[in-house]
Design a protein around this ligand. Structure first.
Ligand code: ATP
Ligand code: MG
Length: 716
């Protein structure tokens, strides 16, 4: 008996091909992930390769966790010794060891999107930028992109020196980097960029090349340029690189993923072996045929045959709904019906194109008392009370972390206003020390006695907690922290009744720590924080609990579910969320997304669209997605609603009109006009005055300075 007996012939061949570059190219559900999992187990158990020599990269922490568990279930504890992780976790591990080579302490803090925005906000204040058209979020994403494209602030400035906006961005970029470095912090892009920088150091690279002699990468089609370089540098010496992917599932182009990485694998490694897997084990024939029919419209799709031994199964249920609410009712009715017929709630997953679409469903599920969980929406770890506690823990772990210290210095209230903070900040700058260190020198800062006392108490408490963090467990520290700062009474005072649910959240956080502590021999504060910072949208997915899942299609990557509802399948939503005029490449990426959505379903697939829906703050009439038209009729079981009389489209956005004398102002834009914003895509003008216009985009409203409007928007 071999471990590989549970694979088919092609999969087995892939698992047995260990030396040299190998590309496993195959469609959804063909067992790519399964093949690399078994391959790892086989290498260790049957070939005798040391588990320490193997490195497997996956796309999400959840995928990594599943793979680890699977390998362990196949070969036991030996499997634990293999590094199976995401690019980010891998990078963090390396940087904890070698970060000092780049000027970081090993207990650096990882900053998330929120933290990034805070840093940028402070810098914009310093620079006295009041331009509302330039949001922190915009700059943050621009900076991430620049970093991941390997463009330094200096290079960026030179390229774009004639444009004022670019000047601001490059100045912010420069200061942002300095601020993060001073805080001993890294954002997510830094983790990747710095990992690559470590690999540019010959002695480190050689060490790692000799350590990881066998490398595997799942979802290779979605690697970006930096990830590509990390992998190919690591593999350059032994060239035992096995990459697995499906170019039809490349859906992160908008975030810099480069589909060429997989398409060019044979160019990168001319002697690469290529194995194709063609049998799908996941979905019924009907679902698979639909997926194949859609994707074949992509010119960039290589011809891949996918077949299944599974029976045809139910036809795909296509439902035409009156409006958004009708669609929710339809989905809920089906869930209730199928539940009665014997399914559990956890069998159902609702997939949509954008997070904003979840709200109606959430309302409906609440009303019907159906347990549900939204993945990727407002995350547990993004809640204010959770972020407060984590900010405390971060400062305890890394006293250079000004960002988190600023968050908690007046939580609970310690009478520390902006003025005081500025004083301390100035002092710390003068002395070249961190904010926290400055708190140790309160005498010299010139503060009022009452503030000095309050800060002195805070500092003493923090010092005590720092002490505990070095000796005790994280859960012990947690308890002392909560009681020491009186956090629960703070929540009660601030939020009244709602405080209780916030307290429950904090308790839930404690539970998660205790759980983690049970799993590892010793959990240090640093490891704990690392674990939390790297939690991504789908990681919270808990297969055991019985609830309906809701997520964007992006978040569903690599997963499978018995019953899938693909909702809001209408033109201008899917495809076309961000722009009306998609160019061919964008359209193809949307189509790949559709392919991913369809291929998540194992047994049953529902696709729905509405005749009308509130969109961009306006009631709009909808047409079904062109992707639906690409599915052959004979695979569909269609139920249509009669289209109702047209209502005046003005009705919807009337509420948004801000001032009534717009005509008198003779402005270049009008309420109700559709526009396209360079960054946010399609929107509709819903408010206007002499200074700014308010625009409703798919994911919310934004204000833009009128003076800058024509720089960013064009009329549709
Ligand atoms: P995706 O492209 O969506 O990531 P994938 O190619 O990675 O899919 P897997 O998730 O590995 O596919 O496999 C899909 C399903 O088929 C899983 O439930 C897996 O256990 C099952 N499967 C794959 N190969 C076999 C096999 N040889 N025998 C039995 N089941 C299999
Ligand atoms: Mg997979």
């Amino acid at each position: 008996m071999s471990i590989l007996d549970k694979l088919n012939i092609e999969q087995k061949k892939a698992a047995e091909t260990l030396e040299g570059p190998l590309l496993i190219l195959a469609g959804a559900g063909s067992g790519k992930t399964r093949t690399i999992t078994y391959r790892i187990a086989y290498m260790i158990e049957e070939v005798g390769i040391s588990p320490y020599k193997i490195l497997a990269m996956t796309f999400t922490n959840k995928a990594a966790k599943e793979m680890r568990e699977r390998v362990e279930s196949l070969i036991g504890d030996e499997g634990k010794k293999t590094m199976i992780s995401t690019f980010h976790s891998f990078g963090v591990r390396l940087l904890r060891i070698y970060g000092d080579k780049l000027g970081y302490n090993s207990n650096f803090t990882i900053y998330d999107g929120d933290d990034q925005k805070k840093v940028i906000k402070t810098i914009l204040k310093e620079l006295v930028v009041t331009d509302k058209g330039l949001t922190e979020a915009m700059i943050a994403s621009r900076i991430s992109k620049l970093k991941e494209d390997g463009i330094t602030p200096g290079e960026y400035e030179i390229k774009n020196k004639f444009d004022n906006n670019f000047k601001i961005v490059s100045e912010v970029y420069k200061r942002y980097n300095v601020a993060l470095k001073n805080n001993n912090g890294m954002d997510f892009s830094d983790i990747l960029v710095n990992t690559l920088e470590l690999l540019n150091k010959q002695e480190i690279l050689e060490k790692l090349q000799d350590k990881f002699q066998y490398i595997m990468v799942d979802e290779y089609q979605d690697t970006n340029n930096i990830q590509y370089q990390i992998i190919n540098k690591l593999a350059a010496k032994y060239k035992n690189l096995c990459v697995v992917g499906d170019e039809n599932q490349s859906i992160y182009g908008f975030r810099g993923a480069n589909i060429k990485n997989i398409l060019d694998f044979e160019k990168d490694y001319p002697n690469a072996k290529i194995i194709k897997l063609e049998e799908n084990y996941r979905s019924t024939a009907c679902i698979l045929d639909a997926a194949n029919a859609v994707i074949k419209n992509n010119a960039s799709s290589r011809d891949k045959k996918l077949w299944t031994q599974k029976c045809k199964g139910d036809l795909i249920n296509l439902k035409n709904c009156q409006d958004g609410r009708d669609e929710v009712n339809f989905v809920l009715e089906e869930i209730i019906k199928e539940k009665k017929a014997g399914r559990s709630y956890k069998d159902f997953t609702i997939l949509y194109r954008t997070n904003a679409q979840s709200r109606l469903f959430e309302e409906g599920l609440l009303k019907f008392n159906i347990p549900y969980k939204i993945f990727g929406g407002m995350q547990f770890y993004q809640r204010a009370e959770i972020k407060d506690i984590l900010a405390y823990l971060s400062v305890i772990n890394n006293y250079l972390d000004n960002v988190n210290l600023t968050r908690i210095i007046n939580v609970p209230k310690r009478k520390i206003g902006d003025k005081t903070l500025e004083k301390i900040l100035n002092y710390s700058k003068e002395k070249g020390i961190s904010l926290y260190e400055a708190l140790g020198e309160l005498e010299n800062i010139g503060l009022t006695p009452s503030v000095k006392i309050a800060l002195g108490e805070f500092y003493t408490l923090m010092e005590e907690l720092r002490e505990i963090s070095l000796e005790g467990s994280v859960s012990e520290l947690f308890d002392k922290l909560i009681s020491g700062v009186g956090y629960f009474s703070y929540l009660r005072n601030l939020y009244g009744l709602e405080g209780d649910s916030r307290i429950e959240n904090v308790e839930e956080l404690k539970n998660s720590i205790v759980e983690l502590e049970k799993m590892v021999e010793y959990l240090s504060l640093r490891e704990y924080l690392e674990n939390v910072s790297l939690v991504s949208a789908t990681d919270e997915l808990d297969g055991e609990r019985d609830y309906v899942k809701l997520m964007t299609i992006h978040n569903s990557k690599g997963l499978e579910f018995p019953v899938v509802f693909l909702v809001g399948t209408e033109d201008e939503i899917f495809p076309g969320t961000t722009k009306v005029m998609l160019n061919r490449e964008e359209l193809e990426e949307e189509r790949r997304l559709c392919y991913v959505a369809i291929t998540r379903a194992e047994e049953k697939l529902y696709i729905s669209y509405a005749n009308s829906r509130y969109l961009y703050g306006d009631m709009s009439y909808r047409t079904k997605s062109r992707f639906i038209e690409e599915i052959p009729m004979e695979l569909l079981n269609e139920e249509r609603k009669k289209i109702v009389e047209k209502q005046s489209p003005v009705k919807g956005f009337k509420n948004f009109i801000k001032i009534d004398k717009i005509q008198e102002l003779n402005l270049p834009y009008k309420i109700g006009e559709k526009i396209i914003h360079k960054k946010f895509g399609l929107g509709k003008i819903v408010g206007i005055n002499e200074k700014k216009i308010e625009i409703q985009f798919v994911d919310g409203k934004r204000e833009i300075a009128l003076a800058l409007a024509d720089k960013f928007i064009t009329k549709d």
